[in-house]
Design a protein around this ligand. Structure first.
Ligand SMILES: *[C@@H]1O[C@H](CO)[C@@H](O)[C@H](O)[C@H]1NC(C)=O
Ligand SMILES: *[C@@H]1O[C@H](CO)[C@@H](O)[C@H](O)[C@H]1NC(C)=O
Length: 763
């Protein structure tokens, strides 16, 4: 078996199955913490009767989030999106609806106006486009005096799809709209175009765009500090049916394409068409998968102090056939992409018998290089704009827009591969931690409405937490962030959550093992807080998760419990981490699960207690971090058997009915005995040769009826103490996370996929 390009090789991920599996278990990389939907930490925006909240424009200058939905645009308060500052309806007219219906479309869904484009213009207005009942339209929107006004009326063809289910991508650069979508009613004419005083677009050829699904666009300021006086570029990410594939079935591949900002098209050849449209395959190798994964969303990340070549594109990928359920994140250096376009070989079509095969072009490449922007070299040759380009160059690129070389991710492998609900979108933030290190924090939206927060450090992927964004599992359709807040949109609602909620960690150990670059343990207040909240030194260890930095904690108090024979007892012991494994000991003896003793994710269940169950119980959670093991003595219980055998209310009820039944039997037996005695006495029956003992009267079970409920049986407090192997650690409060169920889920997920992994490795 080949070495898999795995990234998530943290011992955390291996932990639950450390003894059973190899690296493949990292596919089931479990978020350390699972946070259910919480209306207190999340602000949600949803308006009755309105759906599809899937377009966003952040306006930090106005303190507003513009949200495009079906037939409406909202201006929401950026610090609390549940506060609507203004809104404007953009509904289709009765006539438009009738026309749309007349063309065979569904009046209540397809014949509505879905907002697809929201961009800021230089003059502070916004450019808005909607599908408008299969009649795409654009217009200008302004926000003034707390009011939103909309002036529609511009043709939206080629900017916004006709069909609300068709893909689109767009970007506004210097007030020119670059858009990629389909420009006809049937959705059969894909286009990448620029709407400006000199509009320009792609050729309608399969070799340019072949049944594409558009994903995203980004602008790269490549003219900056360019010794060659290169032009700015606009990048387009999409997937399409591969023309170059020698395969029987249709195969979808991911692509990155780019055009030059200053492109004006050719003079005769490629008139009003891009002369700089180049595309390359985008690879994200997921395990040994033979079928490429498909790009779903990208995020452009740049360090403002660094060269544009060091900008990164983070992209999420999902399988094209739903069988593997493996989603991945890959990152690409812009310098690597740009190099392939600037220096790489081209592919060229050749006719082989009855079909066309795409192979590497090895002939002479004309000068100026096909697809290149106009740079100083071209200018020296008297070519000052694309209109001056020679036909040879233009014809070359018209026939061969595809590069031979594929774009490989940084380090040649994904940052994260995870089995489970598909990833849908991504945003990335760089956070400077207390150790001075800068970490890329990935926020990934999923199909089941989760927000994963993950870091990748030194080849190791770690999922800090997963947060349920919506009250129900709605697919995350868009993600944005501004400062300390993440905004997510779905068909159902838009929601805002903080980038970090450090307070979820109640102990130093939990705070440090969470490895969240946003959070650190403040020993002064004894709480886990945002590193931005204080100038004080905080305990944090993002790289190592080194919890030995934590101060010594007080020992865990022993909880006394008395139990009755045959009682069922549950001793609670919850962990804030899904990566910790619990173990129990009784009087220093390690306990294993049996019919009588059940080790549950959140505690120990003793069924039908007996004398031998009395003793000192200790619950220990062990969590591994970078090879180190931290052991947390989370709870201790002294169990003693009651002399008068008191029991729980259930047992008492059961005992009562049992006792009643036994009394009745006893009375019946006594009656029978009396009857027999009378019969023998009267001589109606002969005496038997052997006389079996007749049991009569009541046994001990009757005592249950007089029992008192055990005061500790319910609503007891659980005391936690965190103790690493060598020292003691103090826990600050008696905090129960209540995420036992989640841990249960996590365990189940990993175990159920065991079989699957085995199968795959056998291939
Ligand atoms: C948003 O709300 C905050 C307080 O909740 C307020 O101070 C601020 O002015 C609001 N922003 C806008 C743009 O209205
Ligand atoms: C709009 O939202 C509804 C659910 O409210 C969903 O069924 C539908 O697919 C969405 N339409 C589009 C075009 O995304």
């Amino acid at each position: 078996m080949a070495v898999h390009p795995l990234v998530c090789i943290s011992s955390f991920c291996l932990l639950p199955l450390a003894f059973m599996l190899d690296q493949d278990s990292t596919l089931d990389c479990v978020p350390r913490r699972s946070v259910p939907y919480h209306s207190e930490s999340a602000h949600i925006f949803h308006e009755e009767g309105v759906s599809n909240y899937t377009t966003m424009l952040l306006r930090e200058d106005l303190g507003l989030l513009f949200l495009g939905a079906r037939e409406a645009v909202y201006a929401l308060n950026l610090s609390d999106i549940s506060k609507k500052q203004a809104s404007v309806k953009w509904e289709v007219t009765q006539q438009q609806k009738a026309d749309c219906q007349g063309k065979g479309k569904e009046p209540e869904t397809e014949c509505k106006n879905y907002i697809r484009i929201l961009h800021k213009m230089a003059d502070d207005r916004m450019y808005v486009c909607g599908t408008n009942a299969y009649n795409p339209e654009c217009g200008y929107m302004s926000y003034a005096g707390g009011k939103l006004t909309l002036e529609p009326g511009e043709d939206g063809k080629g900017k916004c799809p006709f069909d609300p289910f068709q893909s689109y991508a767009s970007i506004m650069v210097d007030d020119d709209l670059y858009s990629a979508t389909s420009m006809n009613f049937l959705g059969s004419e894909p286009v990448l175009m620029r709407s400006s005083s000199s509009p320009i677009r792609t050729e309608l050829r399969n070799s340019w765009l072949n049944e594409p699904t558009f994903v995203s666009m980004a602008h790269m300021p490549e003219s900056q500090q360019s010794p060659k006086e290169d032009d700015d570029k606009v990048y387009l990410f999409f997937s399409e049916t591969a023309v170059e594939c020698d395969c029987y079935n249709k195969l979808v591949v991911s692509r990155v394409a780019r055009v030059c900002k200053g492109d004006l098209g050719g003079e005769r050849t490629l008139q009003k068409k891009w002369t700089s449209f180049l595309k390359a395959r985008l690879d994200c190798p997921v395990l040994d998968s033979q079928v490429p994964h498909v790009v779903r969303d990208t995020y452009r990340w740049c360090d403002p102090r660094k060269h544009w070549k060091d900008c990164l594109f983070f992209a999420v990928f999902t399988p094209q056939f739903d069988t593997s359920q493996l989603s991945a994140v890959c990152s690409y250096r812009v310098g690597d992409i740009s190099k392939v376009f600037a220096e790489g070989k081209f592919k060229t079509p050749v006719a082989v018998e009855t079909f066309i095969k795409w192979v590497m072009y090895s002939g002479d490449v004309p000068v100026p290089r096909p697809g290149a922007c106009i740079d100083s070299e071209a200018r020296q040759a008297g070519i000052t704009q694309s209109l001056d380009l020679p036909d040879r160059t233009l014809q070359f690129i018209q026939d061969r827009p595809l590069m031979d070389q594929a774009i490989q991710p940084k380090e040649g492998k994904p940052l994260l591969v995870r089995r489970g609900p598909a990833f849908t979108c991504i945003v990335v933030q760089q956070v400077q931690a207390k150790d001075g290190g800068k970490y890329h924090v990935l926020f990934i939206g999923t199909e089941d409405g989760m927000l994963l927060k993950a870091i990748n450090h030194g080849d190791e992927m770690f999922i800090i937490e997963q947060v349920q964004l919506f009250p129900a599992p709605h697919s995350v359709k868009i993600l944005r962030f501004s400062k300390d807040l993440i905004y997510a949109g779905s068909d159902y609602a838009a929601v805002q959550v903080p980038v970090a909620t450090c307070g979820r960690s109640s102990s130093c150990l939990d705070c440090v093992l969470a490895r969240d670059p946003h959070c650190g343990w403040d020993d002064v207040t004894g709480s886990c807080i945002a590193i931005s909240a204080t100038e004080r030194g905080l305990i944090q260890s993002v790289k190592e998760g080194d919890a030995s930095l934590c101060p010594t904690a007080a020992p865990v108090p022993v909880v006394n419990r008395s139990i009755s024979p045959s009682e069922n007892v549950k001793l609670l012991c919850a962990s804030p981490s899904a990566l910790a494994i619990s173990s129990w000991e009784q009087d220093g003896r390690h306990l294993t699960s049996s019919r009588h003793l059940q080790l549950l994710p959140d505690g120990l269940l003793i069924l039908n207690a007996t004398e031998s169950d009395a003793g000192l119980y200790r619950c220990v959670w062990a969590e591994r971090s970078k090879g180190r093991k931290y052991v947390v003595a989370a709870a201790e219980y002294q169990l003693s058997m009651k002399g008068d055998s008191r029991s729980t209310p259930e047992a008492r009820r059961a005992g009562a009915s049992m006792a009643g039944w036994q009394t009745a039997v006893a009375v019946l037996l006594l009656l029978l005995l009396a009857l027999l005695a009378w019969n023998f006495y009267s001589g109606h029956l002969p005496l038997p040769r052997m006389c079996g003992k007749t049991r009569g009267g009541s046994d001990g079970s009757r005592d249950h009826a007089a029992d008192h409920p055990d005061p500790t049986a319910s609503g007891w407090s659980e005391d936690k103490l965190l103790v690493p192997s060598s020292h003691n650690f103090r826990s600050n409060n008696n905090h129960t996370d209540g995420n036992g169920g989640k841990e249960d889920d996590a365990t189940r997920v990993t175990l159920s996929s065991l079989q699957f992994i085995d199968d795959e490795s056998e291939i």
